[in-house]
Design a protein around this ligand. Structure first.
Ligand code: SF4
Length: 480
């Protein structure tokens, strides 16, 4: 008996999913069922572990499509939505996806009909899942545990998170890229992920009590959060939307929120009077900054799945160079200014007689901001808000290194040091005194030179060379 005969005889097919998020399995079964002309009301999709008893009278074997069965059509819009929607916990999702796939065959443009109930529902499921993933990216907080086993000794970070949907596996790659150099585990009631720096392993569901409640690095994180909390911009509704209360229990900074909100009025007055963040709230070593940067998510750039790139150089350097942000190469190597712009900078520094290794080299924004173009990650400039969010870190580096002269490369770096926007053409060559008594010099970013050609490039190289020569001369005076 052929598959088509089965259907004509009123057979039901029961498909039991092996995993609640297995899109490839669903796709393979759905294709075969469409090719065998099995209408949606003859298929029961069963969650893993489900019995499908209602259909015990039905046919459980999958039909096998004929060799000349027509190809199954599915638009890209459908596949994209389906990959997210299948992660929802709605038990009807597999059937909904199959119904839409089935309807696609007669109407390939069905996804364009935004009044269609099935299209609206898949849209909604996908949107809810994307929001759940976004919350996971934003609200997972790792706690440090020291491993005692001799072979495994070292730092291990553990986080507890309660996703509403089946998003854990789908987000493994994000955390793997984002925390590539750490050993970590994410524990959830739906399963767990374990990364040892090389291999990702999945584990069973966990309980909150399996995860540690806190660690020493959280003090630093709380200090940072408190120091960047701006009571004059307090909007409780927006804050709750951005950081729903449900996730507060996982987040070290959340314990500060009631106190900060309650004291907002008084703090606003104090800030107006004092103006600045108190120095004692800052980390007291460069290593502490580096550690805290690894978990920083104060701005959306931190969610792009890249590594935070810390500054490098002598911790008591007289000369500090501040760039904009790490690029593709810097992100991969975890070091500032190692890509093409860094090579151009090195060449000009050498020409000016400045040894790069004598300088502390850093960036005003610590994560790489990019957009994907095919397989390439293309640089995107940070916004003023993102620079201001990250400014606390470069300020903290300056407070520890105490350079006599700071050279800001480009407008973003200048804003990161000064806290306001300046025009490079007006500010270059004119040193400015910073609050701590050091001098700020501003010039163009070498990547700007790389984007120019012909006479414009020659002119900018000439100006850049002159700026570095002036900086070299001033440094000689300052360290004499
Ligand atoms: S770019 Fe800066 S502020 Fe934004 S997440 Fe990274 S370290 Fe934090």
């Amino acid at each position: 008996m052929t598959a088509l005969q089965h259907v004509k005889l009123g057979a039901y097919y029961v498909v039991t999913m092996p995993e609640p998020d297995d899109f490839d399995f669903w796709r393979e079964r759905a294709r075969a069922l469409v090719q065998c002309d099995v209408p949606p009301d003859r298929v029961a999709w069963v969650e893993p572990g489900g019995s499908g008893n209602l259909f015990s009278h039905g046919e459980r074997r999958m039909p096998v499509p004929d060799r000349d069965a027509p190809q199954v059509r599915a638009s890209r819009a459908f596949v994209t939505l389906a990959k997210n929607a299948i992660l929802h916990t709605d038990t009807e999702r597999f059937a909904l996806l199959y119904r839409l796939l089935w309807r696609h065959q007669a109407n390939p443009r069905i996804m364009e009909d935004k009044t269609d109930g099935d299209v609206r529902r898949i849209d909604e499921l996908a949107r809810i899942v994307r929001r759940d993933s976004h919350k996971m990216h934003a609200f997972v907080r790792f706690r440090l545990v020291e491993e005692s086993d001799e072979e495994e000794a070292g730092e291990h970070y553990v986080a507890w998170f309660e996703p509403e949907h089946h998003i854990l596996r789908a987000n493994a790659g994000f955390f793997m890229r984002r925390f590539a150099n750490m050993k970590w585990s994410i524990l959830t009631p739906r399963g767990s992920l374990h990364w040892d720096g090389k291999v990702m392993e999945e584990g069973p569901p966990a309980q909150r009590s399996d995860a540690p409640a806190g660690d020493p690095a959280e003090d630093l994180w709380r200090k940072y959060y408190a120091s960047t909390f701006n009571p004059s911009r307090l909007k409780i509704g927006a804050m709750l939307k951005e950081m729903p209360k449900k996730y507060w229990k996982n987040m070290p900074e959340a314990s500060l929120i009631p106190e900060l909100v309650a004291g907002a009025q008084a703090r606003e007055s104090a800030m107006v009077a004092a103006g600045e963040v108190k120095d004692e709230a800052r980390p007291d070593t460069l290593a502490a900054i580096e550690k805290a940067l690894g978990i920083c998510r104060r701005c959306p750039i931190g969610e792009l799945g890249t590594n935070a790139v810390m500054g490098e150089g002598p911790s008591d350097a007289s000369f500090m160079i501040v760039g904009e942000q790490p690029g593709d190469q810097e992100d991969m190597q975890g070091r500032p200014f190692v890509g093409p712009a860094g090579q151009l900078l090195d060449m000009h520094l050498a020409e000016a007689g400045i040894e790069r290794k004598s300088a502390y080299v850093t960036n005003t924004v610590k994560h790489f901001k990019y957009v994907m173009r095919g397989k390439r990650r293309l640089h995107q400039s940070p916004t003023a808000k993102e620079i201001d969010s990250c400014r606390w870190w470069v300020d903290s580096e300056r407070a520890l290194v105490k350079p006599k002269l700071v050279l800001a490369l480009g407008a973003s770096a200048a804003r990161g040091v000064l806290g306001r926007t300046v025009s490079i053409s007006r500010a270059r060559g004119v040193p400015q005194m910073l609050d701590d008594g050091s001098e700020l010099w501003i010039t163009a970013h070498p990547s700007y030179l790389l984007r120019l050609e012909g006479p414009a490039r020659e002119e900018q190289e000439r100006l850049f060379t002159a700026d570095l020569a002036a900086v070299a001369a001033r440094l000689t005076e300052l360290v004499a």
